[in-house]
Structures are given as C-alpha cells and as structure tokens.
Design a protein around this ligand. Sequence first.
Ligand code: KG4
Ligand code: ZN
Length: 341
Amino acid sequence: TDEPLVLGIETSCDETGVGIVRGTTLLADALASSVDLHARFGGVVPEVASRAHLEAMVPTMQRALDEAGVTLADVDAIAVTSGPGLAGALLVGVAAAKGYAVAAEKPIYGVNHLAAHVAVDTLEHGPLPEPAIALLVSGGHSSLLLVDDLATGVTPLGSTIDDAAGEAFDKVARLLGMPFPGGPPIDRAARDGQATIAFPRGLTAAKDQAAHRFDFSFSGLKTAVARWVEARERAGEPVPVNDVAASFQDAVCDVLTAKAIDACRQHGVDTLVIGGGVAANSRLRVLAEERAAKVGIRVRVPRPKLCTDNGAMVAALGSHLVAAGVRPSRLDLPADSAMPL
Ligand code: KG4
Ligand code: ZN
C-alpha cells in the first residue's frame, strides 16, 4: 500500500497518547493516563500532568510501535498536538515529537487538538463529508464548528462562555459525592433515575438568539443543581441522587443537541460529528440520533475510546494533512496553549 504511515502524539491534558494509522486505518492506539493522580484534587493538576507525560512518553511510544508491528524508520510522518491545552503538558509532547523527528529524519506536523477530535471519526466512519458540523464536548472545551475542509477550513461557530460541558459533569458529580472524572458515574446513575427536575437550559432564551445562538453556558446549571441539593439537605430530606443526575444530564444534552442541529440547519449541512469525552455520554448519543433523524441529519460519533483524548486522533489528522498535500511544520514549531483553529 502507498497510503502514508503516520504516528500521532497527544499530551494536551492528562492522557499520554501515541497512535499509528495507515491512511484511515487504525493500527495502534497506546494510552497512559495520569487521571488517578488528579482524582483527589477534583481536577487535572498541570504540574502533575506534565511530569506524568515525561515518564510515560517513551514506554507509550514503544507500546504503540509494538502494537502496530512497525519501527520508527517505517513511519512517513510524525504528528503532534501543538495546542490548545495545558502549556507544560503540550511542551512534553512537542519536544518528544521533535526529538523523534530529528533522530529518524521524519517530517513533523503540529496539529490542533480540536480538529483532531473531529478527524478521529474518519478512522471509524471513513472520509468526512464536507461541509459538516462538529460538536466538540470535553472537559476543556465545548464548541460548535463548521468544517468546510478538515485540513484547512475549520471555523468556530460558538463555544462555552463559562464552563465546558465535561467540567459541568465533573463539578456536579463532585457535589453529589461521586468520583472524578464525573461523566461516567453521572451517566450510570442517570440510568436509574428520572429527569423530573426542571434545571435551566443556558443561553436558549429568545434574547440570547442574536449574540449567543451557538454558544453554551453551563455554570448557571451547575449552580442551580447545587442550590437544589442544598435546599433538600437543609430541609432534612434525602437527595434523590439518580434523579438529580438524570435531570442535570438531560439539561446538558438537550441544549447540546438542539444547538448542534440548529447549526446544521442554518448552514444547510446534513452531517453532524460529535467528539470529545462527553460524546461518550449515552443520553447524548441517543438524543442526538433521535432529533437528527427527524430532520434528515446523519450523526457520526466514534466509539467512546476514540472520543476521549488519545494519540490516534492526532495520527488521523496528520494522515489527512499528508494526504491533502499540506506542508509539514517547521522544526521550531511552538506549543501554543491558546492555539486558535
Ligand atoms: O476529551 P476528554 O477525555 O479530555 C479533555 O480534553 O477534556 O474529556 C474528558 C471529559 C471529562 O470532563 C469527563 O467527565 C467527560 O469527558 N466524560 C463524560 C463521559 N465520559 C467522559 N461526560 C459525560 N458522560 C460520559 N459518559
Ligand atoms: Zn480533548
């Protein structure tokens, strides 16, 4: 085969990922997570994450190469997340990628983490129809993107004005006494609950249509959940944890799916891609599918393991850039914590 063999390195947050793809075929996806080290702090501690990346980098690289049955010499290009993300964490991946690129004389591609969350879907569902709308929901970002061209034309339509969707899951889980990260335990608890509590839907009022049509806000929702729980406790009544989880989850998924479909319709787009850790949410997947089907929109969501941060997503975007004939980055490419699309 003459499809490019591309290796991708991801270190923007707390997952050290090395993925290897040939074209759009996934060959390896090695991951080391420092999530357990952050659990007792209730969120990712940047300094701890950077150190963990440094320790995990070489072994994770070796595991990916073994899994794919290739050596660094076989690789055609090395892609690395150069932003956005935690500055110190990004630096570890970028420095490692440069080292490997120099040692093995390979071209290097610095890629955008958000675009990589979209690109990973090509490994699962093949080439992405363009234009498409992407809904990216994770612990660090919540954005709606118009994807005219995955290689060069990704335009943000809106994003959260306060907390990211995953951050809201993490904070609400914490106040319900659930472990970090909070998405999975809330998802599980919600299955045994009823969404009977009417929590607020941020930025969906008529007055928000003009300035915030495609933006999100989840901090008011988090506060509303906290007040509701406090009121119960003050009254000496038990907190129906499963119902609170289901109601909170419904409020988040309602807004995310409504705005994503509104974006598709406004731009005349019939493909919606969902990515990021929150895309693993079972309610979000069902609701998006249900609502999109009604208006003739196709939903593409990769399997949960590819939704959360990983190296395969970086390799997928790198592979797409190579195939599109995009020039490699310079060897002095920076790590850019606030990298725009
Ligand atoms: O994409 P990701 O792994 O890392 C970031 O770039 O942030 O996303 C992590 C986020 C966490 O906030 C976690 O609570 C959330 O994704 N998450 C979920 C689920 N699984 C992970 N949120 C809701 N439901 C889930 N099943
Ligand atoms: Zn991410």
